[in-house]
Design a protein around this ligand. Structure first.
Ligand SMILES: Nc1ncnc2c1ncn2[C@@H]1O[C@H](COP(=O)(O)OP(=O)(O)OP(=O)(O)O)[C@@H](O)[C@H]1O
Length: 342
């Protein structure tokens, strides 16, 4: 459906999109994830035709889009600040793209009704935009973007301004809706939870380049680099030397999965790999702090003469702050990272 082939965008001398290759298949939901300024929105704008390329190509359905204006690309866009037209009612907003495409009025009315039903706002066509909650406005913006049946729907921080609970609910609804409609989606978010819940595939960006692309499970289980691991919120990343099935680290010898690459590397030790036991067993640490996270407790440990170590455990197993514990490591939650890229 969508192919980026060496797509490059420059602002001045800086490549904000740096020779990016990316494929989005029909019916696929791809989420671009990455820190602020990594080029996510620029990529969407380049695909939409709002941002000229300094090099490379954007192809939609196999056709090079060079010179094709925004309104002829057949892509739908929904931006963060969904910008509904305040003077039009809900129906008028949803029908906007249909009017632009010269869809007959009766067909417009039918389609608007259908879409409002789909996004969970049946019968809201006559309501004034100002009377809607943030979440409802977001749904109207989505219905408006879907109305012209774009071959590719692009969402830029679609749920950005909503509170966490509403976002978590809507993201599940969105995924169901896109699956039912068979919509091809390219979405941008800086919220990894949102990306992982919505996407078939996650693309992590860094400085205008793709740092990693894979299913949510692949990226979560096997981040390819220290950058991706840290971006996902993992703090236990240290230099290591792997020999056989063990790594030498500042935290002592840590077992690694069979078949791991050998030699010097960075090692990711997921909090789940850190098993807390009696102070006489394993690496001795002081318990520095506990953070309650719903179903588990994040435990910050301070080993003697080594950097802090993040662990996690069940609510009932949480040690007391200030006590001493011993730590062992479980190989299945240890990942040898392919590159030491800081
Ligand atoms: N019109 C412009 N002129 C100059 N620099 C720009 C312009 N638009 C974007 N940039 C710069 O390009 C870089 C990438 O911006 P972009 O908006 O694509 O990042 P992003 O990953 O979407 O970030 P965020 O998550 O903060 O929205 C940023 O450093 C930004 O300041």
């Amino acid at each position: 459906m969508l192919t980026l082939d060496g797509a490059t965008v420059r602002f001045g001398r800086r490549a904000v999109l740096d020779a990016v290759d990316l494929e989005v298949a029909d019916h696929e939901i791809v989420c671009l994830l990455g820190p602020s300024g990594s080029g996510k929105s620029t990529l969407l704008r380049a695909v939409a035709g709002l941002q000229p390329l300094a090099g490379g190509r954007v192809l939609l359905g196999g056709a090079d889009q060079a010179g094709v204006p925004v309104h002829r690309r057949g892509v739908g866009l929904m931006f963060q600040d969904h910008q509904l037209f305040p003077q039009r009612d809900v129906g008028g907003n949803v029908a906007f793209g249909l009017r632009m495409h010269g869809v007959p009025r009766a067909e417009q009315t039918r389609r608007v009704g259908e879409l409002l039903e789909l996004v969970g706002l049946p019968g809201a066509g006559r309501r004034a935009v100002a009377t809607l909650s943030g979440g409802e406005q977001q749904r109207v913006a989505l219905a408006r973007a879907l109305a012209p049946r774009p071959r590719l729907l692009m969402l830029d921080e679609p749920l950005g301004q909503l509170d966490r609970t509403l976002r978590e609910r809507l993201v599940v609804e969105l995924r169901g809706l896109f699956e039912r409609l068979g919509t091809t989606v390219l979405a941008v978010t800086h919220d990894q939870g949102e990306a992982f819940a919505l996407a078939d595939r996650v693309v992590v960006m860094r400085d205008g380049k793709v740092a990693q692309s894979g299913t949510p499970r692949e990226v979560w289980q096997r981040p390819v680099s220290e950058f991706v691991a840290r971006f996902l919120g993992f703090d236990n990343v240290v230099p290591a030397t792997v020999t056989g099935e063990a790594a030498d680290t500042v935290w002592g010898k840590i077992p690694v999965p069979a078949g791991s690459p050998q030699g010097t590397c960075r090692l990711l030790v997921r909090p789940a790999a850190v098993r807390i036991g009696a102070p006489t067993d394993g690496l001795r640490c002081a318990v520095e702090s506990l953070t309650f996270r719903g179903h588990h407790v994040a435990v910050r440990l301070r080993p003697e003469g080594a950097p802090p170590l993040e662990a996690e455990c069940g609510l009932r197993d949480a040690p007391e702050v200030g006590t001493q514990v011993g730590v062992a490591f479980a190989a299945q939650d240890v990942v040898v990272l392919a590159s030491a890229d800081g």
